[in-house]
Design a protein around this ligand. Structure first.
Ligand SMILES: Nc1ncnc2c1ncn2[C@@H]1O[C@H](COP(=O)(O)OP(=O)(O)OP(=O)(O)O)[C@@H](O)[C@H]1O
Ligand SMILES: [Mg+2]
Length: 247
C-alpha cells in the first residue's frame, strides 16, 4: 500500500534521515519508534508532504507521490492525519469539525449527507452525544477521539498518527489504543503510528520500524523486534536493564 525507497529528509541544512526504505501492507498496524529526536515525526511529515523529502521515492498504491501534492488531490482524500495536538478548530463544534473534510473534498454533498457521515464517525469514537460541544469544552482524550473521527471521516486507506497517546492518562491511553485496534479490525484501515510509548507499542504494533542515527535500525515484526539482538533495540525495550548510568 505504501512504500518508500531511500528516503532522505531534513530541514534545510543537513539531513535528519537517510536511506529510509520500508513498506506497509494493507490493513497493517505499522509503528515507527525510536528515541526522542531520532526523526519519527520528520519521517511522517516527509511522507504526508508537510516537509517534503530531500530525495528518494514514495509510492502509494504503487503510484509515485511527488510532493508538494495539491491539497485537493486524491492522495489527501485517501489518507487521514491525526496531529499531536489534535488540531480541531476552536470556532467550530465537534460535529462541524468532522464535517469539514467532507465539505472541502466533496462540495457537491448536501449538508445533511455530510452531517450524517460525520455523526456516524462520531458514534464510532463514542462522541455522538458531545457533537454540539466546542473543542475547548472537551478533555484531552475526547479531543484525540474527535481528531480520530475527523481522520476517519473520508474512509481513508491509511491513517497517520503522531504520538496519539501523548498527554493522556494510562487508562485513557489504553482506551485509545483499543479503539485503534477495534477500528483497524472493523474497517481494515492501515495505521501508521509514531510513538515512543512502550505500552502502546506492545498493544498496537504488528510491524515496527525503529530509527536511530539517521537510519533504519530495525524493520520487521513486533515479535522480531523483541527478539532482536541489536543492542539499541534491546535497550529500547528494556531501558532499566541497559540504561542504569545514563543522564
Ligand atoms: N522544523 C524543524 N526545523 C529544523 N529542525 C527540526 C525541525 N523539526 C525537527 N527538527 C530536528 O529534527 C530532528 C528530529 O526531530 P523529530 O521531531 O523528527 O524527532 P522525533 O523522533 O519525532 O522526536 P520526539 O519523540 O521527541 O517527538 C531533531 O534533531 C530536531 O531538532
Ligand atoms: Mg515527534
Amino acid at each position: 500500500m505504501l512504500r518508500t525507497e531511500n528516503l532522505t529528509a531534513g530541514y534545510g541544512a543537513g539531513t535528519i534521515l537517510e536511506d529510509i526504505t520500508f513498506q506497509i501492507e494493507k490493513g497493517e498496524r505499522f509503528v515507527v519508534l525510536g528515541e526522542s529526536g531520532c526523526g519519527k515525526s520528520t519521517l511522517m511529515k516527509a511522507i504526508v508532504g508537510l516537509n517534503p523529502p530531500l530525495s528518494g521515492k514514495i509510492f502509494f498504491h504503487e503510484e509515485e507521490i511527488i510532493h508538494p501534492m495539491p491539497e485537493n488531490s486524491d492522495f489527501y482524500k485517501k489518507i487521514g492525519i491525526l496531529y499531536q495536538n489534535s488540531a480541531l478548530l476552536n470556532s467550530l463544534t465537534l460535529e462541524e469539525n468532522i464535517m469539514l473534510p467532507i465539505t472541502m473534498h466533496y462540495p457537491d454533498f448536501s449538508k445533511k449527507t455530510a452531517r450524517d457521515i460525520a455523526d456516524e464517525k462520531l458514534a464510532m469514537v463514542n462522541l455522538y452525544k458531545d457533537r454540539e460541544k466546542f473543542p475547548q469544552e472537551l478533555s484531552g482524550g475526547m479531543k484525540k477521539r474527535g481528531a480520530l473521527a475527523r481522520a476517519l471521516v473520508l474512509d481513508p486507506d491509511i491513517i497517520f498518527f503522531d504520538e496519539p497517546q501523548a498527554g493522556l492518562d494510562p487508562v485513557t491511553a489504553r482506551d485509545l489504543d483499543m479503539l485503534f485496534i477495534k477500528l483497524n479490525e472493523q474497517l481494515g484501515t492501515t495505521y501508521f503510528i509514531v510513538t515512543h510509548e512502550l505500552l502502546s507499542i506492545k498493544r498496537t504494533a504488528q510491524k515496527v520500524l525503529m530509527l536511530a542515527d539517521k537510519h533504519v535500525l530495525f524493520s520487521g515484526t513486533f515479535d522480531g523486534a523483541m527478539a532482536s539482538e541489536i543492542f539499541k533495540v534491546q535497550r529500547f525495550f528494556n531501558v532499566d536493564k541497559y540504561s542504569k548510568n545514563r543522564l
